[in-house]
Design a protein around this ligand. Structure first.
Ligand SMILES: NC(=O)c1ccc[n+]([C@@H]2O[C@H](COP(=O)([O-])OP(=O)(O)OC[C@H]3O[C@@H](n4cnc5c(N)ncnc54)[C@H](O)[C@@H]3O)[C@@H](O)[C@H]2O)c1
Length: 440
């Protein structure tokens, strides 16, 4: 099939590449000429395990191309996937300008039947707005070209995006046009060979499903974080509690890890956007309000612990910080807890020496020449002369450090672990003072 992917970011690039991998003819378009230039020179603008090799293979096979040419993009695909950003607007609602611009562009250029697929996470009702935007452009041109609009929210996780896309738990399709439904079934058939994973529903339910999924996961995280904070006071060990409840199949193991709060490009904005929709309709989701408030507070939980141990004035202090990305296996720092932790420490006069396996180039871009942060070549280098280690992202390489060397490198033997990576007794046995989230 001929497919156009509009927006070549985390979702568009992964989706486009995976669709090419199963044999489709995919053209990815982006308004960001820098991104397209990197891709056309054989580079990859984001870090995603396995992506570079898959892109190279499909580009070499002639199934995957990248362009900034919007007209060529409209002309190419019978299926036009919209995978542009939907960042939060000032009021918390999802900013729809990029989605609607993409839709209008399709309307301005299309000369034959198109299926327009909303892949971006968009508020309920967006498919109607996309349909109207295209209709308006067609009217202006005085043509009546047929088209259908479909909702197909994406559930991939950064860091495991290829695996998620190639072997999805489910594929949600919201559609009411038979021709479009048949095409969507055909596109996704190669990804569900052992059993049907396609959930066909009406458009509005599909749109809401995506927000419901992210809101539920964010809720689990905030719930565990609040419980961990309580365990801190009660002298209980949240790790035992996690195992005690995760083993209940009604609860399950996923997303029960307490930490420094959720971040990234999806949970924070999707929680806000869903709440905005609900509030506008006079039905604010009380749980989500609490989820968000708990998360904001949680991002500063480690800083509270640092201040309780070292005092409010951190002038002249230096902290080694392991992990800048909002989670492992990505260089994405959007709404990463590291940003708030670094800002709060800097506001108290501290300096930070950071290390992250892949996100340091992104951090350099984010922080520019800010004097309070420098970068180390290795995790151990970051520790030299630091007053404490702060663990913010649970990268695998942080899981089993040489604790003796770690203690020797630090000026003070202090570890503030925002991801509960270490066994408290083991760390203390080597003479480190250890602070975690919810473990005594
Ligand atoms: N990142 C994730 O893990 C993830 C997972 C599921 C869903 N989503 C959703 O998918 C959407 C995209 O997210 P992302 O993380 O890929 O964003 P991103 O910012 O990485 O990529 C969006 C891309 O769209 C491009 N763009 C904007 N307007 C355009 C236009 N008119 N024509 C062509 N390109 C245009 C931007 O330049 C950018 O490269 C969002 O709605 C997001 O909520 C993201």
């Amino acid at each position: 099939m001929k497919i156009t992917m509009i927006g070549t970011g985390y979702v568009g690039l992964v989706t486009g590449t995976c669709l090419a991998e199963v044999g489709n003819d995919v053209l990815c378009v982006d308004v960001d000429a820098r991104k397209i230039a990197i891709l056309n020179q054989g580079g990859v603008p984001i870090h995603e395990p396995g992506l570079e090799a898959m892109i190279a293979r499909n580009v070499a096979a002639g199934r995957l191309r990248f362009t900034t040419d919007q007209d060529a993009a409209v002309a190419h695909g019978t299926l036009q996937f919209i995978a542009v950003g939907t960042p939060p607007d000032e009021d918390g609602s999802a900013d729809m300008q990029y989605v609607l611009a993409a839709a209008r562009n399709i309307g301005r250029g299309m000369n034959e039947f198109k299926v327009v697929v909303d892949k971006s996470t968009v508020p309920v009702g967006t498919a109607d707005r996309v349909r109207a935007a295209i209709a308006e452009e067609l009217r202006t041109r005085g043509v009546d070209t047929p088209y259908a609009v479909v909702s197909n929210p994406e559930f991939l996780k950064e860091g495991a995006a290829l695996e998620d896309f190639m072997r999805p738990d489910r594929v949600v399709i919201g559609a009411d046009d038979e021709r479009a439904i048949a095409m969507m079934r055909a596109v996704y058939a190669p990804f569900q060979r052992n059993h049907e994973r396609l959930l066909l529903m009406d458009v509005r339910s599909a749109e809401l499903t995506k927000y419901a999924a992210n809101a539920m996961l964010a809720t689990r995280i905030s719930f565990m974080n609040e419980l961990a904070n309580l365990a801190d006071i009660l002298g209980a060990d949240i790790e035992h509690v996690r195992q005690g409840i995760g083993s209940d199949p009604r609860i399950g193991w996923q997303f029960l890890y307490p930490g420094v709060g959720y971040g990234g490009s999806c949970f924070p904005k999707d929680v806000k956007a869903l709440q905005h929709t609900a509030t506008e309709l006079g039905r604010p989701l009380q749980i989500l309000g609490a989820v968000e408030a708990a998360n904001e507070a949680q991002k500063l939980r480690l800083v509270e612990k640092i201040v309780a141990r070292l005092g409010p004035d951190l002038a002249g202090r230096c902290f080694a910080l392991w992990g800048l990305a909002f989670k492992p296996n990505t260089d994405d720092m959007r709404e990463a807890p590291s940003l708030e932790i670094i800002a709060a420490l800097a506001a108290r006069g501290a300096r930070i020496v950071a290390y992250d396996p892949v996100a340091m180039p992104e951090a350099r871009r984010v922080f520019g020449k800010a004097p309070h942060i420098t970068y180390a070549a290795t995790p151990m280098d970051a520790l030299i002369g630091a007053d404490a280690l702060i663990v913010v992202t649970e990268w695998k390489e942080f899981r089993s450090p040489d604790f003796d060397a770690l203690r020797a490198a630090l000026k003070q033997p202090l570890v503030f672990d925002g991801r509960n990576l270490y066994e408290p007794a083991l760390v203390r046995a080597v003479g480190l003072e250890y602070f975690s989230i919810g473990r005594p």
